[in-house]
Write a protein that binds this ligand. Sequence first.
Ligand SMILES: NC(=O)c1ccc[n+]([C@@H]2O[C@H](COP(=O)([O-])OP(=O)(O)OC[C@H]3O[C@@H](n4cnc5c(N)ncnc54)[C@H](OP(=O)(O)O)[C@@H]3O)[C@@H](O)[C@H]2O)c1
Length: 277
Amino acid sequence: MRNVKLPSGREMPVIGLGTWRMGEHRERFAREADVIRAALDLGVRLIDTAEMYGEGGAEEVIGEAIRGRRDDVYLVSKFYPHNASRSGVIDACERSLRRLACDTIDLYLLHWPGSVPLEQTFEGLHELQAQGKIRDFGVSNFNLADLESLPATEQAQLGCNQVFYNLAHREVEWEVAGWCRERGVPLMAYSPLDQASGMLRDPALAEVAARHDATPAQVALAWLLQQPDTVVIPKSSQIDRIRENFGAVELRLDADDLAALDAAFPPPDGPVRIGMR
Ligand SMILES: NC(=O)c1ccc[n+]([C@@H]2O[C@H](COP(=O)([O-])OP(=O)(O)OC[C@H]3O[C@@H](n4cnc5c(N)ncnc54)[C@H](OP(=O)(O)O)[C@@H]3O)[C@@H](O)[C@H]2O)c1
């Protein structure tokens, strides 16, 4: 598995599994845990979740799925902005760890910018780090102004900025991606399949996919994986699709493919903020 390096020097896998919409219905827990176990069997090594998903339900499903194999997984979770005070983030993390039934979260993210002063948040995050309850921390849905508002010492330590990024939504390329790359902060692309929207049915994507005997979803993911220091976290509850998505790591797009995709899905040509799903 290819990895991306964090500013701390630790590494994370370039592809993982998203879990939004999991853990919302008790009667689906066992099946969802089976899907995550099957994903680990396929070689998926990063799981993205949040205290928000199923209000803790997704973390519980993951806790069940990774029982006895914690070391196989790189765990990413996120806390609500309303839990971003010093004590709030510590309590939120401890609740997440209980649901995940483990001692450490590898990468812990502020889900989106809020109103709690970030100095307080970082105090809590450093305390969690010192206690070994998290390894790295980072942010999500941060635009340039949000990133620049961070204390300089924290900017240099961000484990990632998890952002809405896919072929049909390239807003991050206007300024956020450059800021992150200059500092060695990885981008983690969420909704990389644009939530299975019309993007996957675009003729240009189909044409590139046909040239490689691949699927449109694989091309969409491979394109992201060819952006520098970028991690993708597609979500699926279907094991065949998880296998398909994971296969994108093997796909290498050439200059003609990239030009065709740029023509069909142009990058932004003026100032634009990143969106949020
Ligand atoms: N930080 C944030 O604010 C934020 C926001 C949104 C998402 N996220 C994270 O990012 C993860 C991924 O984003 P997402 O769930 O919004 O969207 P996504 O991964 O772009 O798309 C998921 C949708 O695509 C379908 N799908 C998966 N593989 C497919 C394939 N090979 N072909 C066709 N359809 C396919 C899935 O259906 P099936 O399940 O039926 O396969 C599901 O409906 C989330 O689960 C979550 O962990 C973070």
